[in-house]
Ligand binder design. Structure first.
Ligand SMILES: [Zn+2]
Length: 398
């Protein structure tokens, strides 16, 4: 064995009787992650509108940064000097990076030119079996990410948990494209694993590589990926394609294809898990241990704040309150009666309404603090209920 499980391990502490929800702990070189856990996304070594102290105060355990964005800006030279993106942003806890596969795949054009949004006009992606070639949206320079390069970049970024380089699938893909992406992703993940093994031998602290399950709703393909991950010996499992990010029901269906194969000694991460609290429960009851999502802070900036059932949150309103709409009652009170976050402890609904309607920068921060805290608190409630053996009671409330 070229690494020791002293450096990285996953242990289940309790299981729900009725579902596959599990209470666990992931041990990393930078501390423990109590699971199930939410991972705020620090895309470019910052969670948008928050500084690192805000992330800590919002009770976050772990952050995820994007390989693709950090590679382009500030670039590896700067990150290397700091010894990783975490010391760069002064975050002491556990960290995750994605592989860049998602970004290059969803900007891919199979060789044809495509303009993707205003800021990213220079992003033209070509994907071959070797890797993905594209132009930097920062300076227009030509970039190539291969599975080997992704492992090297992620080694410099120095997260505790890293992802295999893959080519996620989109619902709109044709059958030929899908078959092609699936074949390529197997190839890329295998190469990622080999490169990672070599790199780990030279590193001081261990990085756990997660293999990624793709395959949309194709049961056979998904199970094939799962079997491959288990046979190859990846320390963790990630699920990620468009089945995970959109509709909680579809997320459930996609996870159902592999739930019986999830082992007790490997953590499962859902990449870009969507659907708010409903999506969280759909994933947790199927054994998902950690997840990330940019929408938690993105919707905050547009004025959509999460609320508890006690505040009138329901599946129908997606447990969200639009504070940009006129505040009619309790305007002097916080948006949530029970939230313990910095925002709710200090500011009224009327003030948040004012800040977000006026698009004031402090409004983005206060709204993001609340949503990140809410998600961390929801996960803590889930963990507590698993520990107390009353997860089913909590689930009914939501
Ligand atoms: Zn709050």
């Amino acid at each position: 064995m070229y690494y020791s499980y002293m450096d990285f391990s996953f242990q289940i502490k309790a299981k729900d009787k009725k579902t596959r929800a599990r209470l666990g702990v992931i041990k990393t070189p930078h501390g423990e992650i109590q699971t199930p856990a939410y991972t705020p996304v620090a895309t470019t070594a910052t969670v948008k509108a928050l500084d690192t102290e805000d992330i800590i105060q919002s009770r976050s355990q772990v952050v995820l940064a994007n390989t693709y964005h950090l590679l382009l800006r500030p670039g590896l030279e700067v990150i290397k000097e700091f010894g990783g993106f975490a010391p760069f942003m002064k975050w002491d806890g556990p960290t995750i990076t994605d592989s860049g596969g998602y970004q290059v795949s969803f900007l891919r054009t199979q060789g044809k030119e495509l303009v993707v949004g205003s800021e990213r006009e220079a992003e033209i992606v070509k994907i071959t079996d070797e890797g993905a070639t594209f132009r930097s949206y920062v300076d227009g320079s030509k970039q190539l990410i291969t599975p080997e390069r992704s492992m090297e970049i992620q080694s410099v970024l120095n997260a505790d948990i890293i992802m295999a380089f893959d080519q996620p699938l989109a619902f709109s893909d044709s059958h030929k494209k899908l078959t092609d992406s699936i074949r390529r992703t197997f190839l890329w993940e295998e190469r990622s694993f080999k490169a990672w093994e070599e790199i780990q031998k030279k590193r001081k602290n261990f990085q756990a590589l997660y293999g990624i399950v793709q395959g949309q709703l194709d049961r056979k393909v998904r199970r094939g990926f799962m079997q491959f991950i288990l046979d190859t010996g990846f320390p963790g499992i990630a699920v990620g394609d468009q089945t995970i990010g959109v509709d909680p029901k579809i997320t459930g269906q996609a996870l159902d294809t592999i739930v019986d194969m999830i082992p007790d000694d490997k953590p499962v991460h859902a990449l870009g898990l969507g659907g708010g609290p409903e999506g969280v429960f759909e994933a947790v009851i199927r054994g998902v241990d950690t997840f990330d999502n940019t929408s938690v802070t993105r919707i905050a900036r547009s004025g959509l704040l999460y609320i508890y059932p006690e505040d009138g949150g329901t599946k129908k309103n997606k447990f969200r309150l639009d504070v940009t709409k006129k505040v009619t009652s309790n305007k002097k009170q916080a948006i949530s009666k029970i939230c313990q976050c910095y925002t709710c402890q200090n500011y009224s609904a009327a003030y948040l309404h004012h800040l977000l309607v006026a698009r004031e920068l402090s409004g983005f921060r206060l709204a993001s603090i609340h949503n990140v805290h809410f998600m961390n608190d929801l996960m803590e409630r889930i963990r507590q209920s698993l520990e107390n053996n009353d997860f089913q009671v909590l689930k009914k409330e939501w």
